[in-house]
Design a protein around this ligand. Structure first.
Ligand code: GUN
Length: 247
């Protein structure tokens, strides 16, 4: 795992990933890189890890500082060691619904959805947020399950009109409590990927107002403790997949 700078949420996530690896017997190393590092220095680090037979998986914790070219860094990870599934090669596999390493969070979201709705055929899935890390790939995964997918994002007009039609609502924006009771229809299954901290109370908040919607929804993931642990579990799964590809 490569961590650049000292972003507090990243440090917490990485600690959880290290502990999870330890629990299942995967050895992990955290490479802490100074925040003033250059894009080239990160690429050099990745090149070294790509060539190291003892390393089966490489993860660059996001976000990276603004001066770093995130794409240039991520695309240097060898696809067979890309445990986060963020290289163009692995994202391409998502487009074509072929085997490959899938990004951990969308994969975890789909598993959570399947645990309450085994058959997604014809259901309307509305995605809020179009990031490469979550929103974009989860829409593709749902499409391959024959759901009807609507992507919405910060430029979408009349968000409520669309979210109210959702049988499945996946929210990944980082905007605390963006989705309230009047954004949903009864019986919807909600996956809340958002995680932010209330500046006043210090409380961890999701993108969905859990208290307001939980009576109306069929199922909803809590924040924290919902999607996060699934992301970590899928990181372990992807690491084993990568190891098998390489052996
Ligand atoms: N930052 C927040 N979530 C993730 C993730 O799933 N992978 C990486 N690399 N960084 C993240």
């Amino acid at each position: 795992m490569i961590v650049v700078g000292s972003c507090v949420p990243s440090a917490i996530y990485v600690k959880k990933k290290v502990a999870a690896c330890h629990n299942v017997g995967i050895s992990s190393t955290v490479h802490e890189i100074d925040k003033i590092a250059t894009t080239q220095e990160l690429i050099d680090k990745i090149t070294t890890l790509n060539q190291d037979d003892q390393v089966h998986g490489i993860l660059v914790q996001l976000p990276l500082p603004d001066h770093i070219n995130r794409d240039a860094v991520l695309q240097h990870i060898a696809p067979c060691k890309d445990v986060d599934g963020l290289t163009v090669y692995n994202l391409g596999h998502i487009m074509t619904d072929t085997s490959g390493i899938k990004p951990c969070t969308p994969q975890g979201c789909l598993q959570l959805i399947h645990s309450v709705i085994p058959n997604l055929k014809g259901l309307h899935a509305v995605i809020v947020g179009k990031s490469t890390l979550v929103g974009n790939p989860i829409g593709q995964l749902l499409l391959h399950q024959h759901a009807t997918v609507t992507y919405t994002h910060s430029h979408t007009k009349n968000l409520k009109h669309l979210t109210r039609q959702a049988d499945i609502l996946v929210v990944a924006t980082g905007v605390a409590h963006l989705i309230g009771e009047d954004h949903i229809k009864p019986g919807v299954v909600i996956i809340d990927v958002g995680i932010s901290r209330d500046g006043k109370t210090g409380k961890i908040l999701g993108d969905v107002d859990f208290e307001a919607v939980s009576q109306k929804a069929k199922a909803i993931t809590p924040v924290p403790g919902g999607v996060g642990p699934m992301t970590v579990a899928n990181l372990l799964l992807n690491t084993v997949k990568c190891m098998k590809i390489q052996s």
